[in-house]
Design a protein around this ligand. Sequence first.
Ligand SMILES: *Cc1c(COP(=O)(O)O)cnc(C)c1O
Length: 491
Amino acid sequence: MDCENKKPLESIDMEAPEFKDFAKSMVDYIANYLENIRDRPVLPSVTPGYLRPLIPENAPDKPENWTDVMADIERVIMPGVTHWHSPRFHAYFPTANSYPAIVADMLSGAIACIGFTWIASPACTELEVVMLDWLGKMIGLPEEFLACSGGKAGGVIQGTASEATLVALLGAKAKTIQRVKAEHPDWDDNTIVSKLIAYSSNQAHSSVERAGLLGGVRMRSLKADDNLQLRGETLEEAIKKDLDEGLIPFYAVATLGTTNTCAFDRLDELGPVGNRHNVWIHVDAAYAGSAFICPEYRPLMKGIETADSFNFNPHKWMLVNFDCSAMWLKDPNWVVNAFNVDPLYLKHDQQGSAPDYRHWQIPLGRRFRALKLWFVLRLYGVENLQTHIRRHIGFANQFEESCKKDERFEIFSKVQMGLVCFRLKGANEISEALLKRINGRGKIHLVPSKVNDTYFLRMAVCSRFTRPEDMDISWNEVSEAATEVLKEQKK
Ligand SMILES: *Cc1c(COP(=O)(O)O)cnc(C)c1O
């Protein structure tokens, strides 16, 4: 026999001792990065294409040392990072970041299962079922959304709110097609789909319109009232008009905490209208939903019992790193049946006794994301998470007060959560110049929005490291930039 075959396999992997050194070094790096993030410029100053010249043109043929990779983080990556967790970052909405969630992601990476069915990794499915019950109870969701109620209801972790909106739309579509077919056995699917019509507020997130496009149905954008809330009578009128024209209303999205101004649609009015007309009510509370862990904010979700599905992003404001979007369905069977394909290689003996989450979502694969929730909920506790929410809202109120004391500024919309919408009094161009000036100075970062032709700036409280002094720094920066802009206007 050829003795060459008996040679041990040459190792191609990183070995455990090296992994331990590498990972420990990374943990040190992460802690230093986050604890000192305040000192880095929040926005990078690089220009497009900055990165390619910094690294070789081709992947290395031979393995490198991990220490070389570590050294390149500051050289190659950090100059091009926007520091979302800096207290100077006030753009968009927050995205979550916490040590317990980071550690949970390490474990998820180690187990690296794909939990599409119960048998594919029972802990992955079962922890998710229980965590969604914990979380649902924390925000005061009615029993009929929870798996522990013993019915068919329950929660699932989607990747994003956008997916949740689409999944709910597809469930509503399947439900309506079945109902209409029973009434009109001679209508085919295409005829029915061509008559379907969905609704949302003109303040809804762009992902809602996109769900309509992806779902192949028409979506009507309804006018929000003067407080930027969608009202029940507006939905009722639209539904009646569409019914008169032979269309089939089937789905409406209520937004709790809009992206533009954090306005809350009147779910207490929209829900009963939807229920009366067989219109599936989906609640998109992507950002503000986290605030419902504080009982004092739950009046903003009044009418929740009338919804068919509810979604919010712990990955925005509840310290669970992206991605973790929590969705509950009163009757998941509409979604499960809407996308049910059942090849033999995915079947198993315990089907039906626990959810096979592959039916609840668009992709097949799914990570063990419930670990992040479990770690965060246990290592913060509900009380500290409530403190986090209340602090952020307090910081927004602090900034709002500074704004109100300065007669050059006006508040654009009511401050209810960790978002302040404000502008310089006068024409839009002055506030546009202000935003340009602020972002040009590079000390803090904001984004604008425009509603009903009025341009304003959005100051979102984003970082868990924020302290009252940071809010003063941000306000002073806004105020100084305003002084510069107004001086130039006078010239
Ligand atoms: C952020 C946001 C979304 C989109 O969230 P993803 O999880 O990124 O899809 C949807 N709706 C509202 C109201 C949002 O604020």
